[in-house]
Ligand binder design. Structure first.
Ligand SMILES: NC(=O)c1ccc[n+]([C@@H]2O[C@H](COP(=O)([O-])OP(=O)(O)OC[C@H]3O[C@@H](n4cnc5c(N)ncnc54)[C@H](OP(=O)(O)O)[C@@H]3O)[C@@H](O)[C@H]2O)c1
Length: 269
């Protein structure tokens, strides 16, 4: 079985990252919560989280601008920043344009990890992957990966690599959505592709599960902490949180471990 992810793109990382979908707007930029969201990302970094997940899509680039503000004053080399290219930008010129725009908004010279956000059956996988490899060789990104790829797209992406590996597949995975455990996760583990778990709190719905609540009581933890601890066994969870209270609770998901039987129970329900 896979183990907790503490290294990514050649950097040491805290085994939980922070997501930014909804920060700085959704499909359009919205700056009404900028201050609060910048403070939340800063608080997460001060608490020990160093992997930050964003995308050109989020708030039409505004989430990346908020990340840029939040990381000012921190040593860039200690942070791991992931961004993603939208599937309509998967040509060579599309990816090159997108990565440069992301770097500019993020105010950084390089991304630690760059992901193809969703597969696009109309795009040329070979061209997309070889362009990502060129970005690694050119120093604009340190590693590459994919997101929302099922087994057949994963296989195509792996087949298209020539010089560099697919570091991660970022997928929706939570204790309330264990479907990836059937096929995608075993396939990725076999091919040494790490799993990044998005929507790991099921948007907060893990708080309403009786089964999770029962186990939480046993460990004197909260359902959120149990839900993340479950994912730590085989993935890097990247919850989105925009308050210090939520981040503190998330931090309490580490430093202890679900017993084998409780992990197996959650896996089975
Ligand atoms: N690759 C993709 O296609 C894809 C798709 C979706 C998401 N993602 C990434 O994954 C990240 C996480 O996924 P997500 O945002 O969809 O869902 P999520 O992390 O499962 O849930 C986020 C929600 O949970 C709330 N929350 C956080 N901590 C909490 C706590 N301790 N108690 C109660 N509620 C809490 C947040 O509220 P507050 O904001 O009020 O703290 C927010 O409303 C995204 O931000 C994004 O970076 C990637």
């Amino acid at each position: 079985m896979a183990v907790m992810i503490t290294e990514l793109s050649g950097k040491k990382i805290f085994p939980i990252g922070i997501g930014t979908w909804g920060m700085g707007g959704w499909m359009l930029a919205d700056n009404k919560n900028d201050k609060k969201e910048i403070a939340a990302i800063k608080f997460a970094i001060e608490s020990g989280i160093n992997a930050i997940d964003t995308a050109e899509l989020y708030g039409r680039g505004h989430a990346e601008e908020l990340v840029a503000e939040a990381i000012k004053g921190f040593d860039r080399e200690t942070l791991h920043i992931t961004s993603k290219v939208w599937p309509t930008h998967l040509s060579r010129s599309g990816i090159n344009g997108a990565v440069n725009a992301s770097l500019k908004r993020l105010g950084t010279k390089y991304l630690d990890l760059y992901l193809i956000h969703w597969p696009n059956p109309l795009a040329n996988m070979q061209e997309a992957i070889s362009t990502m490899e060129e970005l690694i060789d050119g120093g604009l990104i340190r590693s590459m990966g994919v997101s929302n790829f099922g087994v057949s797209d994963m296989q195509k992406a792996l087949d298209a690599t020539k010089k560099h590996k697919i570091e991660v597949n970022q997928i929706e995975y939570s204790v309330l959505n264990k479907e990836p455990e059937q096929n995608v996760i075993p396939f990725c583990e076999k091919n040494k592709v790490k799993i990044v778990a998005y929507t790991p709190l099921a948007k907060g719905a893990v708080n309403n599960s009786k089964e999770i609540l029962k186990i939480a009581g046993k460990y004197k933890k909260t359902p959120i902490q149990v839900a993340i601890n479950y994912l730590l066994k085989s993935s890097l969870p990247i919850p989105k949180a925009s308050t210090p209270e939520h981040i503190r609770e998330i931090m309490g998901s580490t430093g202890w471990e679900l017993k084998k039987e409780d992990y197996a129970h959650l896996k089975a329900v």
